[in-house]
Write a new protein. Structure first.
Length: 626
């Protein structure tokens, strides 16, 4: 029999606490310095005055900190705390009856109603505050009583990452096409000058010889073919070895240090797969899936076949040893200075593995970031984000129309998805040359670059190919590049006349100088009367940075139209004019009201990126712009 309670259970109800993911099963995501704004519905039967607070604990701390919640009306409460350390934070909500405030509220209402006989009420006040207290002193007493305090019965999590998890510009290159690590080191100042924050390198490990792919993914390699970097493993070693043509481990460490001096992080590819020559095939044959006839099954993604790659078997009876080995690879490269990993096809591997290994790494290195290359079903992509991936590739690559872009980015930025899924927008990759880029020429590359850099706080490009507008497919209807760099060395002149480097540099500078472009959940779409024109805005909470972007989605024709701006959402008064400064062309426009006209030519600049300045009139009738 349960022990009888001396007092009845507290009657305070705490509901609808946000932010949380899957009823607290997974943490929400924030970056260093961000406020975690907590909302809750809190109420109790009767008319007692309640108090409430959010209790929070930084990573590794034992003691709770506390910030009071403020009532918003209709039983909703709000408060916040600042996430000032990386790692997993925990928070909860607590509430109580403030008997002193409740008594003060009751007496005040009675006095306001004209009641003067309050001896009984005063006796209650004295019982709370002391025998000699006067009515005036009792009404002025601080209300710090916590009676019948209750707490949410679950701790909620917040994963706090470095700011680069939310905002950054990525550049992918194959180091072997630049002459190895030394060549990449030579080009780093140029990439820093273009404004890139991350340089991502495909696998840098030895490449297998057995079943090596030839140029254009040919099944049989010819003499001199270099193979795919994703066919990892040869006689020189596996996932912790470096291809001898790229340099040594010391050369790589020097590259990481030099990049960091220039404000760039080096991201490495983490691909869980092996060439037939990988040492694991002999050392741990039990880690690979074999058919009933004893043959190994190579990787496939129909219609694509990867005869040079064997996947690992996450259902092996030796799964624990496999998991530990895969974890050790992360730690090896972290010890060489790597803090960002782009993970290849995580959706084809074990979900429990990712949750475990990311948590293990974050315990020691909370600043490490993981980008999921998972072009798959939405639920799978979202689950990976919940399991710990810091960022993810998206469907942006295939969203081209105004309707498609508006619908998709509204989902990413204005629903609960934004609490755990951070998009990283890539208009191309070494595997993906979208049809839009194939047919639209140079204007298409400009359109997709501007969209990627302004719709999302994080974006990336498969750099040299994108800079030079390479757009020839392997065959009609294919999204693969002709003469793909995945299978051969490419030597390019990045300073050639057709390079987009000036536009790239300008966009990255605009992004860094305007805080509004450094977040995702402030994205708002505005109406246009032309479906070929898309318009959206971003603004900081204090409206000190307000950006409106208008893009011509038609790569072949001049498009004109009228914008219908929701000015109230960006803090502008419809009665006054405002200045729109185009950060791309340096043009300046004086706009009045919500309807304004635009005309965009794709061959020139297919977009406006407008920084708004508000008109202000002082008491002395001086006009100026903020």
């Amino acid at each position: 029999m349960a022990r009888a309670r001396k007092a009845p259970p507290p009657g305070i109800q705490i509901h609808d606490v946000t932010p949380q993911v899957n009823c607290g099963r997974f943490p929400v995501k924030r970056v260093l310095g961000e406020d975690v704004v907590v909302n809750a519905t809190i109420f109790r039967a009767g008319h007692d005055v309640l108090g409430a607070a959010v209790r929070y604990r930084p990573p590794g701390a034992r003691r709770w900190r506390e910030a009071l919640l403020e009532p918003l009306g209709n039983d909703r409460w709000r408060g916040s705390f600042t996430a000032d350390a990386p790692g997993r934070w925990t928070f909860t909500v607590t509430a109580w009856v403030d008997r002193i405030a409740s008594w003060q509220d009751e007496v005040t209402r009675k006095l306001d109603g004209g009641q003067t006989e309050l001896e009984g009420e005063l006796s209650e006040g004295r019982a709370l505050l002391g025998a000699d207290v006067s009515l005036e002193a009792a009404l002025a007493a601080p209300s710090a009583d916590r009676h019948d305090q209750v707490e949410l019965d679950v701790g909620l999590g917040v994963d706090v990452d470095p700011p680069l998890a939310r905002f950054g510009s990525w550049y992918e290159l194959f180091p072997r096409s630049f002459g190895g690590f030394a060549g990449v080191e030579r080009v780093l100042p140029q990439l820093s000058g273009l404004g890139f924050d991350v340089v991502y390198l495909p696998p840098i490990h030895p490449i297998g010889h057995t079943n090596r792919k030839g140029r254009n993914n040919a099944v049989t390699a010819k003499r001199g073919d270099v193979g795919s970097p994703w066919a990892i493993g040869a006689e020189e070693g596996g996932h912790t070895a470096i291809h001898p043509d790229l340099g040594t481990l010391d050369d790589f460490e020097r590259l990481v240090v030099r990049a960091r001096e220039l404000g760039i992080e080096i991201a490495l590819d983490y691909a869980i797969q092996c060439s037939p020559d990988h040492p694991w095939l002999k050392e741990h044959p039990e880690w690979f899936h074999r058919r009933p006839d004893g043959t190994l099954k190579y990787a496939e993604n129909p219609p694509k076949k990867y005869q040079d790659i064997y996947p690992l078997d996450f259902e092996t009876s030796q799964w624990q040893a496999l998991w530990e080995e895969l974890k050790s690879i992360f730690f090896f490269w972290i010890e060489q200075g790597v803090r960002i990993f782009r993970v290849d096809n995580p959706h084809t591997k074990s979900f429990p593995f990712w949750e475990w290994v990311i948590a293990e790494i974050k315990k020691q290195y909370p600043e490490v970031l993981f980008l999921a290359e998972a072009f798959t079903r939405p639920n799978v992509m979202y689950r990976l984000a919940k399991l710990g991936f810091s960022q993810s590739y998206t469907y942006f690559t295939w969203r081209n129309t105004k309707h498609e872009l508006t619908e998709y980015f509204t989902e990413l930025t204005q629903t609960d998805v934004r609490e755990y899924f951070r998009p990283n927008l890539w208009p191309n990759t070494p595997d993906i040359l979208p049809e839009f880029l194939q047919v639209g020429g140079r204007p298409a590359f400009m359109v997709r670059l501007i969209l990627a850099a302004t719709l999302g706080a994080s974006y990336g490009i498969y750099g040299p190919a994108f800079e030079l507008c390479e757009n020839t497919p392997l065959r009609p209807g294919s999204e693969e590049y002709l003469d793909s760099e995945k299978y051969e060395l490419k030597h390019r002149d990045l300073n050639s006349r057709g390079s987009l480097k000036s536009l790239i540099s300008r966009l990255n500078r605009i992004r860094k100088e305007n805080r509004a472009l450094q977040s995702n959940d402030n994205l708002r779409f505005h109406e246009t009367d032309n479906p070929a024109l898309i318009c959206y805005s971003k603004a900081t909470d204090d409206l000190s940075s307000v950006i409106i972007v208008v893009v011509n989605l038609d790569c072949f024709h001049v498009q004109t139209g009228w914008l219908d701006l929701d000015l109230s959402s960006i803090g502008l008064d419809t009665r006054h004019a405002f200045q729109a400064h185009d950060l791309l062309s340096e043009g300046r426009f004086l706009w009045q009201g919500s309807r304004n006209y635009v005309e965009l030519t794709p061959e020139n600049l297919p977009a406006h990126i407008l920084r708004l300045r508000r008109w202000v009139r002082t008491e002395r009738d001086f006009d100026y712009y903020l």
